[in-house]
Design a protein around this ligand. Structure first.
Ligand SMILES: Cc1cc2nc3c(=O)[nH]c(=O)nc-3n(C[C@H](O)[C@H](O)[C@H](O)COP(=O)(O)OP(=O)(O)OC[C@H]3O[C@@H](n4cnc5c(N)ncnc54)[C@H](O)[C@@H]3O)c2cc1C
Ligand code: FES
Length: 273
């Protein structure tokens, strides 16, 4: 599987704007001289200033973030990140403003393998897991495919991210937008109607495990964009290892997207939130 390799450096990009989108934030930036990433790849992000415990201001580790959209620009590549502020790192990044410096390393990892299987693409996202599916949808459509996008969110505020997609089917946990259902129920219905589909999924570990089990049962090919705690993002710390049928893999270099057939389970001890 081909990947775009990251330049061996930490670049400081300028934030072009930050928009509130319901429960999320969209951070736009111009990556100076950075290469075009591939859907499912990610960046390690931190703010240029104010990243940590005051005096030195840079004691925190960067945070892994999938890119949601990318466009070639005069500067290099214009990137959008979709962020959910759940703690100090994502909170600080969501609080950036136009003109602020965003330090990034990337693009990193291996993304979705679009050519690995035949069949209509079903994109299945849970919550902030919608982020890497947005650029995947765009690329599939650009290649003449008609992907079906299934998204599940907790509430109407989270479901606003659905507006970024072309004609998605959206369900919520509380029934405030679309049916009150889990996105895996939608997936089951879609696979009943089209057993020859192929699946690309990203979301919380229990959702991904349900997708993996459903696809395994029906012998449907599935690419899962997984998460684990990442300290470096480029293979040095071994902090992101996950168990697979082939032994432990570093999710930052061998993933974060893995063929579901390589996994016994998408629920890893100690990972997920
Ligand atoms: C490849 C990859 C792509 C990602 N893409 C996005 C994205 O597009 N948008 C986005 O908002 N977030 C994304 N994340 C998740 C994001 O990196 C974490 O939520 C972030 O590191 C949290 O940092 P924090 O300081 O805000 O919160 P913390 O205080 O560090 O974490 C808050 C809670 O989340 C748990 N947690 C933190 N990081 C992780 C993790 N990586 N896996 C499991 N649990 C964790 C902690 O245990 C804690 O309970 C991605 C993660 C990975 C590995
Ligand atoms: S995050 Fe350091 S090896 Fe993967």
């Amino acid at each position: 599987m081909e990947r775009t390799l990251a330049p061996p450096e930490r670049r400081v990009a300028r934030v072009s704007g930050v928009e509130r989108l319901g429960a999320y934030h969209v951070i736009g930036t111009e990556d100076p001289g950075g290469p075009q990433p591939q859907p499912g790849q990610f960046y390690m992000l931190s703010s240029e200033h104010g990243w940590g415990g005051q005096a030195g201001e840079r004691p925190y580790l960067p945070r892994a973030c999938s890119y949601a959209r990318a466009r070639a620009s005069d500067e290099g590549v214009a990137l959008d990140f979709l962020l959910e502020a759940i703690g100090p790192g994502t909170g600080r990044l969501s609080g950036l403003a136009a003109g602020d410096g965003l330090a990034l390393v990337g693009p990193l990892g291996i993304g979705f393998d679009r050519g690995a299987a035949e069949g209509r693409a079903l994109l299945v996202g849970g919550g902030i897991g919608a982020a890497p599916l947005l650029c995947l949808e765009e690329e599939l459509m650009r290649d003449g495919e008609e992907p079906r996008v299934l998204l599940g969110f907790r509430t109407a505020a989270h479901a606003q991210a659905g507006a970024l997609f072309t004609d998605p089917v959206v369900v919520t946990d509380d029934g405030s937008v679309g049916r009150q259902a889990l996105v895996t129920e939608l997936l089951r219905e879609e696979l009943d109607a089209d057993p020859g589909a192929r699946v690309f999924a990203c979301g919380p570990p229990p959702m991904l495990e349900a997708v993996r089990a459903l696809c395994a049962q029906r012998e449907v090919p599935a690419d899962l964009a997984l998460e684990s705690g990442m300290a470096c993002g480029f293979g040095a710390c071994f902090g992101c290892v996950v168990p697979t049928r082939e032994g432990y893999l570093r999710l930052c270099v061998d993933g974060p997207v893995l063929d579901a057939a390589r996994l016994e389970s998408a629920l890893f001890p100690g990972a997920g939130h």
